[in-house]
Design a protein around this ligand. Structure first.
Ligand code: IMP
Ligand code: ZN
Length: 346
């Protein structure tokens, strides 16, 4: 079997997927039609890396900034319960078609004046997850509530309060908090994340997407359950020996999203991605898509990349998937079931 087919056929575990960043072009078109039934002119929302975009002074917009502008454009299409429901169902369907058997989606609750409250935002996603459990029974889906570092303390507090309330109401769906947002802005709100941890929510925190030794150390000392990216940690990637050793010592699993980092240019190339350092050091890692729509990727494609770039083979991928199960926020019973599905493919 060729590598592409092998990667596609493996049962996979996705632990880092932002809902709005995961919408495919096909889904964005459906959402545009939903909001504008009489308008066939679909607004151009691009995939990163397709072409160069210029700012008002005619200078190229840096890819990391562009990526956040893209999220803002996409979020204009998920502004009602109906559109969020549709968006979530489509994302679950697409991951399921890629043979993902466990998906942790994450999303930032958003209020849209006159159209949507944060409570309705979360409820629409939960309804979609529930309905999809019947439609696509081979994929198990959970939700993490995101805190956007740029949106300030009040929003962070609101989202965490909601996450705690919804976790009590739907403990099998709401499992954690994600700290994300433009990494050069805002705050990590660690004191608020502590409240959610005490309430029983797991924590996945984006970390070291850009160099910032002081903040990276604070996040490591906080000991989230998982970390996202950890790009600028190794000395060869604008980190330091100290940071790298601290991370290895912590043994906190790191979610690695290769295409996302290459397209945002936080790493120079696939070959020089931090995957290499963590994999060689035997540090706990999992492979994820981040934003499969914006970065035009799939989890199978990410698996294929590590096969082609780093010589991983089928048994390595199976090992990575099994360890991803143990880093997931699923229940112990669910983990046993997921492991047995993966083992059947050995
Ligand atoms: P949403 O939370 O479902 O609206 O998904 C999009 C949001 O996820 C963005 O506005 C960011 O806050 C967050 N996000 C997506 N990708 C990244 C990333 O690579 N780094 C940090 N935040 C991200
Ligand atoms: Zn992310």
């Amino acid at each position: 079997m060729d590598i592409q087919k092998m990667c596609k056929s493996l049962p996979k575990i996705e632990l880092h997927a932002h809902l709005n960043g995961s919408l495919s072009t096909e889904t964005l078109k459906k959402l545009h039609r939903l909001h504008n039934p009489n308008d066939n002119n679909y607004p151009e929302i691009f995939s990163l890396g397709e072409k160069e975009f210029l700012d008002e002074n005619g200078k190229p917009v840096p890819p990391l900034r562009l990526c956040f502008q893209t999220f803002a454009a996409i979020q204009k299409l998920t502004i009602t319960s109906e559109s969020l429901y549709l968006a979530t169902c489509e994302v679950i369907r697409e991951f399921s078609e890629d043979n993902v058997i466990y998906l942790e989606l994450r999303s930032t609750p958003r209020k849209v004046e006159g159209l949507l409250t944060k409570v309705e935002y979360i409820e629409a996603i939960i309804l979609a997850i529930k309905e999809c459990a019947k439609k696509y029974p081979t994929i198990l889906v959970k939700l993490l509530i995101s805190v956007d570092r740029k949106q300030g303390c009040q929003n962070a507090e609101e989202n965490i309060d909601l996450a705690i309330k919804f976790m009590k109401k739907y403990p099998s769906y709401i499992v954690g908090i994600d700290l994300s947002g433009e990494p050069t802005m805002g705050d990590a709100f660690l004191h608020l994340l502590e409240t959610s941890r005490e309430a029983g929510l797991k924590i996945a925190a984006h970390c070291a997407e850009v160099p910032n030794e002081e903040e990276i150390m604070r996040i490591l000392n906080f000991k989230p359950d998982r970390l996202g990216h950890c790009t600028c940690v190794h000395p060869n990637l604008k980190g330091s020996e100290k940071l790298f050793n601290e991370l290895l010592k912590s043994k906190i699993p790191v979610e690695l999203c290769l295409t996302s980092n290459v397209k945002c240019e936080t790493v120079p190339s696939y070959a020089l991605h931090q995957f290499k350092y963590y994999y060689e050091a035997g540090h706990p890692i999992c492979i994820a898509t981040d934003d499969k729509g914006v970065f035009d990727t799939t989890l199978s494609a990410e698996f294929e990349i590590i096969c082609n770039q780093f010589g991983c083979e089928k048994h390595d991928l199976i090992k990575l998937s099994k360890s991803a199960v143990s880093y997931s926020f699923a229940s112990e019973e669910e983990k046993v079931k997921l492991l047995s599905i993966i083992e059947q493919h050995q």
